[in-house]
Write a protein that binds this ligand. Structure first.
Ligand code: CA
Ligand code: CA
Length: 486
């Protein structure tokens, strides 16, 4: 094909894409829209129609949590359109009053008590199989779990099959909660909504998460001697949280399009580490947020397009565990034309799935990452001294166990970093890229262990989208991604 003909056909395909995204602006009802044919893995078993065929009695406009939950319950799996108008706070009661920690806390839970009870200086003195005891016992942990149960029952919205959840106009928000698409749910569309701050009031401390007997730390060794010498002087332990803004937890045929995700007015920097050295790394902040969109537990056929992920640490986890029995041969996900703006990691991190990632725009700052020339201890000291509050850009694409990522035409702008942050090998064996660009240079793997380009599959489901040259991605994504753009 001559160069000029190619340019014209690319331009025409671009126009087709533009028309498809303009339907709302032209007065069409986006609540009745279906996913364009073959637009990514969500289409693998046929058209994704969500609730587009809803009868009038299953076409709801809701402005409160109660109306939202009532609508979901009433429609069941009959096709239903649920239109979010204005801001709905999922952590509120039927009268609209916001519910916070004190409303969910079950006695005797108290954060300070909890923190003291499991403080590494004490709890970590004894190891089991090389780690501190990870199954916490005692009244504080029991009360925390009971509190979590109360919060979860309030803030989790479980969607049924054949549902379209859509924002009205350009200012619809769903805040302080979790949308859940479980194994019983399929054919779901989520569009044009700003998701904010899926906040967990009761993060749990896992003393064994990332625990290492690392002798670069003074006093760190496996046997306890005294307060200054023993496993309690070794690094590790993390705070973990429950809620993703959207959990595709076993569901399938899901289209998540033109939404935004952020932590609202409670960014992680407000919740720094609480334990003293050596349990005060940046990663030991009291984490009240989890993923933005996590796809786990045998979920399958998901397309994530034209969303904005902003100012958050862990964006997208695809596959929750190396030992999952449900995930092998599932977790097929397409991720295109999204804007990952100042996220830290997991954009996405993948286990098992065949994941197609194209024409996404990644912007971040890698300052604060470990310097491979320094010991863990020296890095720890350096990071504390730097006191950065950005979400340290660690890795965008994470190739984990049995993952097969097919990447095309992505554009990375990584301050204070580069190739090592675009792709990470997290236990994977393969990774393919064509045409991606990192800080102006072609993507070139800089990973701990090599990844073969033979991923064993090739995407076919591009819908109306032509893969753009990476250089054109920022302008296109900034103009079209996020809510209020339909
Ligand atoms: Ca125990
Ligand atoms: Ca999660």
């Amino acid at each position: 094909m001559k160069k000029s003909v190619l340019a014209i056909s690319i331009a025409m395909m671009g126009m087709l894409g533009a028309c498809a995204t303009m339907e709302g602006g032209s007065g069409e009802d986006i609540g009745r829209a279906t996913m364009p044919a073959n637009d990514g893995w969500a289409a693998a078993e046929g058209a994704v129609t969500g609730g587009s065929a809803a009868k009038p009695e299953n076409d709801f406009t809701v402005t409160t949590r109660k109306e939202l939950f009532d609508a979901v319950a009433k429609a069941g799996s009959a096709p239903s359109i649920i239109r979010i108008k204005g801001t709905i706070n999922l952590s509120s009661d039927d009268s609209g009053r916001e519910l916070t920690e004190k409303d969910y806390a079950v006695a005797p839970y108290n954060f300070d008590e909890y923190m003291k009870t499991y403080a590494p200086a004490k709890w970590n003195q004894k190891l089991e199989k090389g780690r501190p005891d990870r199954s916490l016992d005692g009244p504080q942990e029991e009360a925390r779990l009971a509190s979590v149960k109360k919060q979860r029952a309030q803030v989790t919205l479980k969607l049924a099959s054949n549902t379209t959840l859509v924002g009205v106009g350009s200012d619809a928000k769903l805040v302080k909660g979790n949308v859940w698409i479980g194994p019983e749910a399929e054919n779901v569309i989520i569009r044009n909504i700003a998701f904010e701050d899926a906040f967990d009031y009761f993060p749990g401390w896992d003393p064994g998460d990332s625990f290492k007997i690392d002798k670069s730390y003074p006093g760190c060794q496996d046997a306890y001697v005294d307060a200054g010498t023993g496993p309690q002087k070794c690094p590790g332990g993390r705070w973990n949280s429950e809620y993703d803004s959207i959990s595709v937890n076993g569901g399938k045929r899901v289209w998540i399009d033109h939404n935004s995700f952020n932590d609202g007015n409670r960014p992680d920097k407000l919740f720094p580490p609480v334990y003293p050295f050596p349990h005060n790394e940046v990663t030991q902040k009291v984490q009240h947020h989890d993923g933005m969109i996590d796809v786990t537990n045998g979920a399958n056929y998901v397309t994530v397009s034209y969303n904005v992920f902003k100012d958050h640490d862990k964006a997208m986890l695809i596959g929750g565990s190396d030992s999952s029995k449900l995930d092998p041969n599932k977790l097929k996900v397409t991720i295109h034309n999204n804007f990952f703006d100042n996220v830290g990691q997991r954009a996405p991190r993948v286990r098992f799935g065949q994941v197609h990632v194209y024409n996404n725009y990644f912007v971040g700052d890698a300052a604060g990452n470990d310097d491979p020339k320094l010991s863990a201890y020296e890095n720890h000291l350096a990071v504390i001294k730097a006191k950065g509050d950005n979400n340290i850009f660690r890795q965008a694409l994470g190739a984990g166990k049995d993952s097969a990522i097919y990447s095309e035409g992505n554009l990375f702008e990584i301050k204070n970093g580069g190739q090592a942050q675009a792709v990470g090998n997290m236990g994977g064996k393969v990774f393919f890229d064509a045409g991606s660009v990192v800080n102006g240079q072609p993507l070139k793997l800089d990973v701990s262990k090599p990844l073969s380009a033979d991923v064993g599959w090739k995407p076919t489901l591009y819908g109306n989208n032509a893969v753009r040259p990476a250089a054109e991605v920022p302008a296109h994504v900034k103009a079209h991604a996020g809510p209020g753009k339909l």
